[in-house]
Design a protein around this ligand. Structure first.
Ligand SMILES: CC(C)(COP(=O)(O)OP(=O)(O)OC[C@H]1O[C@@H](n2cnc3c(N)ncnc32)[C@H](O)[C@@H]1OP(=O)(O)O)[C@@H](O)C(=O)NCCC(=O)NCCS
Length: 232
């Protein structure tokens, strides 16, 4: 059993606690959060031990950052690195129901929740969060600090950039890339490369905040006319 300290009192931390309590690989003995002073003595049944910087005091204890935003996870890693916390201080938590046939790699600090499937040769970087029922297929590559919400599905050889966010039940066509720090909305169908830093949504996915490419469905002209007639 690996002694583990969680960072971030969040819904993700609750999910990790449920997973580790049911399993035999990690024992969580505490949680750190910058809001510790207002939190009381415990969170979800584990002691609150102080602010995030206290992680540097726990030598030989593995850490897991349980913060939903990839950018926030990246900032915490950078902050702790300045206090001497090295990249190998972080543990990896994978639900035992995850199917990966040992042909895939999952990096340090990453969390993979129940029923995710990694069919073959999938590469998941460091501090990646994969929520339940995600399907990765052959050759998928997920860069550090990416977040993949429940039910997302990826065709072969898809690449997901650093800190990218994939919403619930989104799907990505084979060989398509999601850029660094990009966001793909829930339910989207991404058919072409999503540039770094942009937010796309819809079916097919388009830029969300571009007035020339609304994600709202557009009625055909005839239907629009008849709607006007009915309402007048
Ligand atoms: C895409 C997303 C990031 C946009 O968030 P936002 O910038 O706050 O956008 P808003 O909620 O202000 O919505 C802006 C417009 O886009 C529409 N929109 C938002 N998300 C959409 C989506 N996924 N698909 C289609 N349209 C969407 C809204 O209806 C709204 O349209 P309107 O201006 O005609 O009313 C967000 O809606 C999303 O999908 N997040 C992922 C949620 C998720 O998977 N959560 C998992 C939690 S574990």
């Amino acid at each position: 059993m690996e002694k583990t300290l969680l960072i971030g009192a969040s819904g993700l931390a609750q999910e990790v606690l449920a997973l580790t309590r049911a399993g035999s690989t990690h024992v969580v003995f505490g949680i750190l959060d910058d809001g510790w002073a207002d939190m009381g003595e415990s969170f979800a049944g584990v002691p609150v031990l102080g602010g995030i910087e206290r992680a540097a005091d726990y030598i030989d204890i593995k850490l897991l950052i349980c913060v939903g935003s990839g950018g926030a996870r990246e900032a915490i890693v950078d902050r702790l690195a300045l206090l001497g916390v090295s990249s190998n201080a972080y543990t990896t938590v994978v639900d035992p129901s995850v199917s990966d046939h040992d042909s895939s790699a999952i990096g340090e600090g990453s969390v993979v929740l129940a029923n995710a499937v990694l069919t073959a040769d999938v590469s998941i970087g460091n501090h990646v969060v994969v929520m339940p029922n995600v399907t990765f297929t052959h050759g998928n590559a997920v860069d550090d600090f990416a977040t993949v919400a429940a039910g997302a599905t990826f065709g072969g050889d898809v690449r997901i950039g650093r800190c990218a966010y994939i919403g619930m039940n989104a799907s990505v066509k084979q060989r398509v890339h999601v850029g660094d720090y990009a966001v793909l909305g829930m339910g989207a169908a991404l058919t072409k490369h999503l540039p770094a830093g942009e937010t796309w949504a819809g079916v097919p996915a388009r830029p969300l905040h571009d007035p020339h490419h609304s994600v709202a469905p557009t009625l055909p002209a005839t239907d629009a006319a008849s709607t006007t007639e009915r309402s007048s």
